[in-house]
Write a protein that binds this ligand. Structure first.
Ligand code: GLU
Length: 389
């Protein structure tokens, strides 16, 4: 039988971050001494009170369908979070709870874009954005940047890329994969171009709490009423609460967009897992004191890794100001990123993600969401690999 595969799904590249993480985990399970810098997954456990809330929900029989866009309690907890952290007023009807931040992004793109539309994505980008755009039948328009500008686009660059077909700008600060953070002034100016041109912004703010060196995050929706009306914020619990496997993401949108996403989700996943939503309520409404020690630990790792990377022949790296990624430039090694990462894994058993997956072939991504001991071992091996070339 000739199996039908849609043109849209055939055009996709499977997620390399997940593939590399799976490969590193499989090699480890075989007993190989692999150092994984692959997936952006904090190595801390989910805080106990969050787990307790989900266990209690299960024990109490909270195991049935919830409203497809999330429980009223969790939607309100998210609205309260936006008020508390970002000074933003959302009605709970403007909040949609989804199965992870990735699913929130997918819903926004799917509900707003179609054939003939263009979506502007600054590179290096998180690798799933362009694939989601293609799945929606729209066209990704990539705006390249380099480490010379800390991987940030300028308002002029954005303005020049906007056409009458532009529907959406994907904006992500703090950034996965580079760790760069736009200042509030820079972000505001990017938003102003979108307002002037009538372009919606999908602002992925999942790393908002992970900041270093005094970097400041201000939500794209918070600069003015017009910014609010032109922005959908996507977010989730995976990173700052270490809940990657729970699959709870959320978004805040102007009401007509929330209504469209509500319809899309009601026909795709229905509700996110009932008892995971109870855990999410505990995460958002409960104490936030887990984050301070985590950030101190991330910061130590970041400084150590950044310092080491810049001493390795052939590599140079701007320091990360947010999230938990470093994005070293490898062009001095004479290798492109796929080759670099394949050889590094084969020769030194170190897993890193090739920059080409993020639209930047002269770089690799290292996640420092792993122990300092692992980072030391991994960097010793990267050094050996580069010196041996
Ligand atoms: N967002 C994380 C990363 O970039 C998780 C993997 C994924 O979903 O791509 O590593």
């Amino acid at each position: 039988m000739k199996y039908p595969i849609s043109t849209r799904s055939a055009s996709l590249t499977p997620s390399l971050t997940l593939a590399i993480d799976a490969k590193a985990k499989a090699l480890k399970a075989e007993g190989q001494d692999v150092v994984g810098f692959g997936a952006g997954e904090p190595d801390f456990d989910t805080p106990q009170h969050i787990k307790d809330a989900a266990v209690a929900a299960l024990a109490a029989g909270f195991t049935k369908y919830t409203p497809s866009s999330g429980t009223p309690e969790l939607r309100q907890a998210v609205a309260d979070k936006f008020k508390r952290d970002n000074g933003l007023e959302y009605k709970s009807s403007q909040i949609i709870i989804s199965c992870g931040g990735k699913h929130s992004c997918f819903n926004v793109i799917f509900a707003t874009c179609q054939e003939g539309d263009e979506v502007i994505i600054p590179a290096p980008y998180w690798l799933s954005y362009p694939e989601m755009v293609k799945l929606a039948g729209a066209q990704p328009v990539i705006l390249p940047t380099t480490d010379k500008t800390e991987f940030k686009i300028t308002p002029a660059q954005l303005r020049a890329a906007i056409t009458p077909r532009t529907r959406l700008l994907v904006f992500n600060s703090p950034s996965n994969p580079t760790g760069s953070v736009y200042t509030p002034e820079e972000a505001k100016a990017i938003g102003e171009v979108c307002i002037e041109k009538g372009v919606l912004i999908m602002s992925d703010e999942i790393y908002e709490h992970l900041l270093y060196d005094g970097a400041r995050h201000q939500s794209m929706a918070s600069f003015s009423r017009a910014h609010y009306e032109h922005t959908v914020i996507v977010h989730g619990l995976a990173k700052a609460w270490s809940m990657t496997g729970w699959r709870i993401g959320f978004l805040a949108a102007p009401q007509p967009i929330a209504n469209a996403i509500d319809a899309v989700q009601s026909h795709s996943t229905s509700n996110p897992t009932s008892f995971a939503q109870k855990g999410a309520v505990a995460a958002l409404n409960g104490p936030q004191d887990h984050l301070k020690p985590w950030m101190a630990e991330f910061d130590k790792r970041r400084q150590y890794a950044w310092d080491r990377l810049n001493k390795i022949p052939g590599l140079s790296c701007v320091n990360s100001k947010g999230a938990f990624y470093l994005f070293p430039n490898i062009s001095g090694t004479g290798l492109k990123s796929t080759d670099f990462c394949a050889r590094l894994l084969e020769q030194e058993k170190v897993a890193a993600v090739p920059g080409i997956a993020f639209g930047a072939d002269d770089y690799i991504r290292l996640s420092y969401a792993t122990s300092l001991a692992n980072i030391e071992k991994g960097l010793d091996r990267i050094e050996k690999f580069c010196k041996g070339r």
